[in-house]
Design a protein around this ligand. Structure first.
Ligand SMILES: [Zn+2]
Length: 277
């Protein structure tokens, strides 16, 4: 584009930001539908035109968190459950006084309604209950409305079971796009991925292969004084719940790490901050 044409285009774009009462939308991947404008206070107050450059809008979009911020802590996260193996894992965690985070599905490998007691127990034992969507859908492929339905339908069930709704979530497959982050942000979720993946689902019988991911992380220089990692695995796999989890936790504790929830490893120690009513 010639300089004059570019300036004209910028001027048009700039003035459009102020002519329209509605906030300007940032460009979206054409494979995704643009987000519908919402009138919720949270969203509207977070959006305002910026006075220079291309149209930018501040919105309550979510930031994807992948690592701990507190030195000496690690967060071990278990996805896709609850499962028939989760209770055995909870027994071990209780013995060691270690806390972990469960990113639960409503209906994936099993149905959460069939594992209410284990969800209640995990919550009462001080582990963090977080959302992994109702059906393990790829949020990058869904409309705003469908994303909201995935989140709200699981929240409703979790609230029936433990009396509160989680504020932390993990997108299935770690997959998201701008629309997903905007939607999750406007709904008030913290989005948590990971920075250490055991890939236990790829080699469910090879506990030692998964354990090497922990070993390697712990061997890294100054690991204890730097911010810790968020590890990913799945308690829907028997060996992960009953062998990998315990072995990793034993290894971490022996080396002096604190095995804590995602909330705590980010400095949010009060469990109340992990939930809302
Ligand atoms: Zn998952």
């Amino acid at each position: 584009m010639a300089p004059i044409a570019r300036l004209t285009a910028l001027a048009l774009v700039f003035s459009a930001a102020f002519v329209n009462a509605a906030p300007a939308l940032a460009p979206y991947d054409t494979s995704s539908p643009p987000p519908a404008l919402t009138t919720t206070e949270n969203y509207a107050s977070a959006v305002e035109p910026v006075a220079a450059g291309p149209i930018l809008s501040k919105r309550a979009t979510a930031t994807v968190i992948t690592t701990c911020t507190k030195p000496g802590t690690i967060a071990i996260t278990f996805d896709d459950g609850p499962s028939e193996f989760t209770d055995g894992l909870l027994d071990f965690l209780k013995k060691k006084n270690a806390k972990v985070t469960f990113f639960l599905n409503g209906n994936n490998y099993g149905n959460i309604e069939n594992h209410k007691d284990v969800v209640k127990r995990a919550y009462k034992d001080g582990h963090q209950i977080a959302s992994h969507t109702y059906s393990h859908a790829d949020l990058a492929t869904l409309s705003k409305k469908k994303i909201e339905t995935e989140m709200k339908s699981l929240d409703t069930i979790i609230k029936k079971i433990i009396g509160v709704r989680p504020t932390y979530m993990r997108p299935p497959y770690g997959s998201f796009n701008k629309l997903a982050l905007d939607t999750l942000g406007s709904m008030g979720y913290k989005v948590i991925n990971w920075d250490r993946d055991t890939q236990d689902w790829q080699h469910p019988d090879k506990v030692l292969t998964s354990l090497k991911v922990y070993e390697k992380s712990f061997k890294e220089a100054k690991a204890l004084t730097n911010a810790g990692h968020i590890f990913l695995q799945h308690d829907t796999n028997r060996l992960t719940a009953l062998e990998l989890g315990p072995k990793a936790i034993d290894m971490a504790l022996k080396l002096g790490y604190k095995v804590v929830t995602v909330g705590s490893c980010l400095g949010n120690n009060d469990p109340k901050s992990w939930y809302r009513v």
